[in-house]
Write a protein that binds this ligand. Structure first.
Ligand code: GAP
Length: 492
């Protein structure tokens, strides 16, 4: 990472705290690792991202419905899904520092270090050996690579490593008051299983016909060993997932469909397409027959934001086996042979996006330190060029002064608009300072009420991006703001 992008990222993190987007959790107790709280502007931005996703997935598609399943679920669900047995990270401990690391992460860091030093041959050789080790699922070969490349613990500086062991990422807790492990429950590590176990409830109660989808937004929990890069890897985070149930044999066509649609969803926000790329999985999970990540070019490199997975009938078949309940769908439509397709377990295409990663992407993409200097004076501003649909505050209302009835008039205008838009009223400081505060949180409009307003009911409206100002009738503000922040701008 070059110094400038490193600094820029640090500035975004500092900005997120200073302006009420993201705070470290439990900060007055020195924080809790890899856990974060969203502040007053962060909560609004997050809600707007959820709305954008929900509208695009549920409201715009007649054959997709949304649910909200519980975080606690029957522990057998996680046995059926494979999470109890296989949701692990390979861990290695340094015997001198007693610190624990993800073995795969140590190797990836070494590849980046070779790259940075211009040692391309070493980087490529280690990458090839690493891919081979991952494909073989041989934990011992990860340790061999760590030793062969003399990868040292950054704390102790030694390469005195233990064996590599698997470490399950699920959090567990007790429910009720039962003996021993009889009451063990897990905090869900993905929202998807809440959809699978409800698929027949939804299908029957909603009279859904294949192909159809079930969407859900909710918290997920993973005991990540390496907490990194701010809200990229958290222990408590939010997912927006959709499972699309299809006829077996049609899954690849739906996989391609959702792969394209999901990228379009990102690009409709106006983000530079060059910042995105697809990354096809070469090593597929045991349940998948195709998988791709949508990655974004963060200041620290391309990172996964969303996954599209063709999960076959694995999850539903597993639940049928473990619960003893039929998971089959009866398809009355006629196939090419003129006979009904009949009973089958549907195949599933999943789209799964991390809301917190999407949040960070949005913030980084919007953040700009703009130089406004002229020959006469030095000037600058920090502006969040958020898409207006996503902006936490849609407009700020300023009386020019605190007297002459201007605050009353400003509040009257605000009262007419606030059922539709999230607004902020500010009368403190000079107008220029108030503009800067709104620029910093990405407010698309600032509306100033002055003495002329009292005479002809017009106001000045100042646009965040161009800083241009115009005079408009106050009774047209709902249309002007409404047009710019309308979901039509991103959903059509
Ligand atoms: N149901 C499929 C599933 O959970 P995943 O690739 O493990 O797939 C989906 O997770 C998305 O959730 C990722 O693309 C990422 O954006 C987000 N995600 C996963 N782990 C995360 C973590 N520890 N912190 C923040 N976001 C995470």
């Amino acid at each position: 990472m070059s110094k400038t992008t490193d600094e820029q990222f640090k500035n975004v993190v500092a900005h997120a705290k200073e302006y009420g987007f993201v705070f470290p959790s439990s900060e007055i107790y020195d924080g809790l690792s890899a856990v974060y709280d969203y502040g007053q502007n962060g909560a609004e931005l997050k809600n707007n991202l959820k709305t954008y996703w929900w509208k695009a997935m549920v409201q715009m598609n007649e054959n997709i419905v949304g649910i909200d399943s519980a975080i606690f679920m029957h522990p057998k669900i996680w046995e059926a899904s494979g999470h109890v047995g296989g949701f692990n990270d390979p861990m290695i401990d340094n015997k001198d520092s007693k610190k624990r690391y993800r073995a795969d992460q140590l190797i990836e860091d070494q590849i980046s270090a070779y790259d940075k030093e211009g040692l391309t041959d070493q980087a490529e050789a280690l990458q090839a050996a690493f891919d081979k080790a991952l494909n073989s699922d041989n934990l011992g070969s990860l340790r061999e690579l760590i030793l062969a490349h003399d990868i040292k613990d950054p704390i102790s500086g030694t390469a005195n490593w233990t064996e590599v062991r698997q470490f399950n990422l699920m959090f567990s807790t007790q429910m009720g008051a039962m003996a021993e492990n009889a009451d063990l429950v897990y905090l869900r590590p993905e929202t998807a299983q809440g959809i699978f176990v409800n698929y027949l409830n939804v299908q029957k109660s909603g009279r859904m016909k294949i192909p159809f989808g079930i969407a859900q937004i909710g918290k997920a929990f993973r005991n990540e060993v390496i907490a990194r890069q701010f809200i990229i890897r958290m222990r408590e985070f939010e997912q927006m997932e959709m499972q699309f149930f299809v006829r077996p044999g049609t899954e690849m066509q739906w996989y391609e469909h959702w792969k394209q649609l999901r990228l379009n969803w990102h690009l409709a926000l106006g983000t530079d397409a060059a910042k995105y790329r697809y990354h096809d999985h070469t090593k597929l999970a045991h349940y998948a027959n195709a998988a791709v990540d949508i990655e974004y070019d963060f200041p620290f490199g391309f990172k996964e934001v969303e996954g599209i997975h063709s999960r076959t009938d694995f999850d539903l078949s597993q639940h049928q086996k473990h619960s003893g309940k039929k998971m089959q769908y009866f398809d009355p439509e006629l196939g090419e042979d003129g006979k009904p397709y009949g009973n089958y377990i549907p195949y599933v295409i999943e789209t799964s996006i991390g809301l917190d990663r999407m949040f960070l992407l949005t913030l980084i993409n919007a953040y700009e330190e703009e130089d406004l200097s002229t020959a006469e004076k030095q000037d600058s501003r920090t502006v969040l060029r958020l898409h207006p649909c996503l902006a936490p505050v849609k407009a700020a209302i300023f009386p020019l002064t605190k007297k002459d009835g201007l605050p009353e008039k400003a509040r009257e205008i605000m009262a007419n608009l606030k059922t539709e838009f999230n607004l902020q009223y500010e009368e403190k400081d000079a107008i220029g300072k108030r503009y800067r505060r709104q620029d910093a949180i990405g407010t698309p409009f600032c509306i100033t009420v002055d003495h002329q307003t009292l005479e002809d009911n017009t106001v000045t409206i100042r646009h965040r991006d161009t800083m241009a100002q115009e005079r408009v009738p106050a009774d047209q503000l709902d249309r002007i703001i409404g047009d710019l922040v309308s979901w039509n701008n991103v959903l059509r």
